[in-house]
Design a protein. Structure first.
Ligand SMILES: Nc1nc2c(c(=O)[nH]1)N[C@H]1C(S)=C(S)[C@@H](COP(=O)(O)O)O[C@H]1N2
Ligand SMILES: [Mo]
Length: 441
């Protein structure tokens, strides 16, 4: 797995692939641990670092004994309330859903992906009665602070199903590879968010005529622990902020937003890279220029304004901010690798979405894209910016190995690329067709 060293946490260093671990989180040399024990008697300091505290009777420990704290290799790192996610990283936490866990019309909270840039605020430190949201910025007429209670009392509540997809979803397919989380297909989810309209709150505080953008700040902290450093502060043009579906939300699927997804308050702007949907939200700025917060500038969440050849270095000024996400789909049932009887119709289904647009049609192929068959059902979105469910069935001509591919087309006639879209330096926006393997017997 390719990854940025600074993102490797203690769990990854010791639990996932213990034999290769030779440095602890702050880079000290430690002896590798195997299932059976330490290769050789490890230094006291290194062992203490491994178990997380001093070992008073370390001199009595038989050489090669695995401290019980580490011996439980049946329990991989996971977050309570997040079932079945695949962890790419634990520091910061990044976890995606395998396609078959995205089969529900609305993604259950437990299957909603996690993309953290820093460390979430400690759950115990979040006090609902003192949490505030500040609205300010040079283009805000009356800067104000709201408690959660005030927000809930002053403004009308709305619920929309909104799909959020990380701009880097699918990154792992690009070549040359791009640095960053090697997302496959699961940094996407769609469910019902409840909150107040961002535009109602912004208007209440007064939006000056020269306003062009909003930016957010959240309560998460930089991994270095440096309180002066921001992890991420992105935003969107005023036009997107003013859409009726742009929410300041406190609930997901009728419950508090899960801690890792931004509890107690987050922005939700469906259809755009999920990086604009600020978590642990405590401040919004109304800007008179394109917001220049962390990860708005340089190469982050930007793609070349004009297409480039794979591997090209692109200057910052030739990179454009990603806005609406492109059309995309997933086969969420059945799982890749199924065996199917030749005599039977193969029924399968999935989800499709298209950023700010709608999905107009859905096609499938069993011959590597040589011919396409229309999906028999494509549901309307429950509201704008929600993904759409689809169903299809095919008959295989003979026994053997097949790949079933799915391709969505959006309301302006744009379809998913079958193999890969154009390469970009940071590996964003991979909306290639999803495919599953089927053995027909
Ligand atoms: N405060 C804050 N907001 C954030 C982030 C973050 O690290 N901190 N990550 C962003 C990115 S890059 C993505 S893809 C989404 C992920 O939302 P999720 O973790 O709820 O799936 O949150 C966005 N909002
Ligand atoms: Mo993201």
């Amino acid at each position: 797995m390719e990854k940025n060293n600074s993102e490797i946490g203690i769990h990854e260093a010791y639990c996932k692939d213990p034999v290769q671990a030779d440095k602890d989180i702050i880079g000290r040399e430690v002896d590798p641990v195997t299932r059976r024990g330490f290769f050789k008697k490890t230094s006291l300091m290194a062992m203490a670092a491994l178990v997380g505290s001093n070992i008073p009777f370390a001199d009595k420990m038989p050489g090669g004994l695995i401290p019980a704290a580490l011996a439980d290799d049946s329990a991989p790192f996971s977050i309570p309330g997040k079932d079945g996610l695949i962890y790419l990283n634990d520091r910061p936490v990044n976890a995606e859903a395998p396609p078959h866990l995205l089969n529900d019309e609305f993604t259950p909270a437990k299957h909603f992906f996690i993309r953290n840039n820093g460390a979430p605020p400690q759950q115990e430190s979040i006090d609902l009665s003192s949490w505030t949201l500040e609205i300010t910025g040079e283009s805000c007429e009356k800067p104000m602070k709201f408690t959660l209670e005030e927000l809930k009392k002053k403004f009308k509540h709305y619920t929309y199903a909104l799909q959020l997809e990380c701009g880097g979803n699918g990154r792992s397919e690009y070549n040359p590879p791009a640095k960053g989380n090697q997302w496959t297909t699961g940094a996407i989810g769609c469910g019902r968010w409840t909150g107040v309209r961002l535009k109602d709150v912004l208007k209440y505080c007064g939006v000056k005529k020269d306003a062009v953008y909003i930016g957010y700040y959240g309560a998460d902290t930089h991994l270095s622990g440096d309180p002066t450093k921001t992890t991420i502060s992105r935003g969107a043009p005023i036009s997107k902020a003013m859409e009726k579906e742009s929410l300041i939300a406190w609930a997901y699927e009728g419950e508090d937003i899960p801690h890792y997804n931004g509890y107690p308050l987050r922005l939700v702007m469906g259809g755009w890279p999920a990086s604009v949907s600020g978590k642990w939200l405590n401040k919004i700025v109304i800007r008179n220029k394109v917001h220049d917060g962390k990860k708005m500038t340089g190469q982050s969440y930007r793609v070349p304004c004009n297409p480039v050849a794979p591997g090209t270095k692109v200057a910052n000024e030739d990179m454009c901010v990603i806005e609406s996400m492109p059309v995309k789909s997933l086969i969420t049932y059945p799982k890749s690798g199924v065996t199917h009887k030749l005599s039977k119709k193969f029924k399968f289904n999935g989800k499709a979405w298209a950023g700010d647009r709608k999905v107009k049609s859905m096609e499938v192929s069993i011959d590597f894209g040589a011919t396409w068959i229309k999906a028999k059902k494509l549901k309307k979105p429950v509201n704008r910016l929600a993904w759409q469910s689809w169903e299809a069935s095919v008959k295989f001509p003979k026994e053997g190995y097949y790949e079933v591919w799915a391709k969505a087309t959006d309301s302006s006639g744009i379809s998913q690329p079958t193999i890969l879209p154009g390469w970009n330096p940071r590996g964003y926006l991979n909306n290639a067709c999803h495919r599953i393997a089927v053995q027909v017997v």
